[in-house]
Design a protein around this ligand. Structure first.
Ligand code: NAD
Length: 358
């Protein structure tokens, strides 16, 4: 009978809060890799992402599709804004709020945050507070909350090596200020609920499925197509670029190693000069770069390098991918995925090339 049929329609089981990991921003670059890794190790993964149009949303949809294929019943996706209380209540009804949260949803990008600071304060500060509050209320000191901060909190520091013990009270962009605010709020929630919180200061992440607004993928795309790249300054500046697999490894280690409240640098620990970076892109793509020399940008820092000894010691974090190998992998992925990768031309709301989001 039709009643029997109705009874056999599978209602999705409500996941036990212990089982699943919530990955916010899981449609994005870092989040999709983290979610993929978790699914591969047999975890149930719940992704929340609003699929915003900061960059081509079809890339985010493709990431979700990949996770759906890989995860099957172990994967669930909810499209919505992490600041939206009613939306989160709906999610909670069908999924329970997981004890383990990897919070990566944010507005990223340094330069665009100067043009539109409010959207950064909304997603980054309000969104992080909302999730911290939900995690604390649902699970108290059982909650494990890992979130993305950024090396940009080090501001215009003149130090050669950035350490977690440095005073970071001079953010030079709204983006950096929101990340510092997240660290402060995370401390507060650790204090209020006893929850475990780890804030991870990522240093320029790159690799397959990378962000199209950031230098590594942009350079590879332009050089491969014979288009000019903008180089700000004389190319002697250096930056600590971190390959995506190493970042994922650090994120997972932080999740698996709850230690109260901690801030960790996650970098490669070996900076690369911009000119060497361009040379490697040329080498691996087999094309010569056409370089537009642009004046140094205000706020650009000459060097970023992570002191990763704390993550090494407490988490066993040990980045394995030298920059040259990472670029080789990025170029290989780029060549295999072309022509499906269509990067926007510079113009309108594109951010400048050489100060990647940090
Ligand atoms: P991304 O833009 O690819 O991913 C972020 C995702 O979050 C996007 O898919 C976006 O749609 C989603 N999102 C943004 N606001 C949201 C909201 N209010 N509600 C729901 N979803 C929302 O960026 P990414 O490079 O993967 O960065 C991940 C995290 O790491 C971010 O917190 C970023 O600030 C931080 N970070 C990244 C880098 C880097 O080099 N990529 C460096 C330092 C810090």
């Amino acid at each position: 009978s039709s009643d029997d049929d109705a009874a056999t329609v599978a209602t999705p089981e409500v996941w036990n809060a212990d089982e699943a990991v919530l990955v916010t921003g899981g449609a994005g670059f870092v989040g999709s890799h983290v979610a993929e890794h978790l699914l591969r190790r047999g975890e149930k993964v719940l992704v929340i992402d609003e699929l915003n149009e900061y960059y081509d949303v079809s890339k985010k949809r493709a990431n979700i599709q990949l996770l759906e294929q890989l995860g099957g019943r172990n994967f669930r996706f909810f499209k919505g804004d992490i600041c939206d209380k009613a939306f989160l209540a709906e999610v909670e009804k069908s999924c329970k709020f997981p004890k383990r949260v990897i919070h990566l949803a944010a507005r990223a990008g340094v330069r665009p945050s100067i043009d539109d600071p409010f959207v950064y304060v909304h997603s980054n500060v309000e969104g992080t507070t909302r999730l911290l509050e939900l995690a604390g209320q649902a699970h108290g000191n059982d909650a494990k909350f890992v979130f993305a901060s950024s090396s940009s909190v080090y501001g215009g520091s003149k130090k050669q090596l950035f350490s977690e013990t440095d005073a970071v009270d001079a953010p030079v962009s709204p983006y950096a200020a929101t990340k510092k605010a997240c660290e402060l709020l995370a401390y507060t929630y650790h204090h209020l609920y006893g929850m475990n919180v780890a804030g991870l200061r990522f240093f320029t992440v790159f690799g397959p499925r990378g962000r199209p607004d950031m230098a590594p993928l942009k350079f590879v795309d332009k050089v491969s197509k014979g288009l000019p790249i903008d180089r700000y300054g004389d190319g002697s500046s250096s930056r600590d670029y971190t390959y995506i697999d190493d970042i994922v490894d650090g994120v997972i280690r932080a999740l698996d190693t709850p230690l109260g409240y901690q801030i960790y640098n996650l970098g490669n620990g070996r900076p690369t000069r911009l000119n060497d970076f361009i040379r490697l892109v040329e080498e691996h793509s087999g094309k010569q770069a056409i370089i537009n020399v642009m004046p140094e940008q205000p706020g650009d820092v000459p060097r970023t390098c992570a002191d990763i000894s704390k993550a090494r010691e407490l988490l066993g974090y040990d980045p394995k991918t030298p920059f040259s190998e990472g670029i080789a992998k990025l170029v290989k992925w780029y060549n295999e995925s072309r022509p499906s990768i269509e990067l926007p031309e510079d113009g309108a709301q594109q951010v400048a090339v050489v100060t990647p989001e940090r």
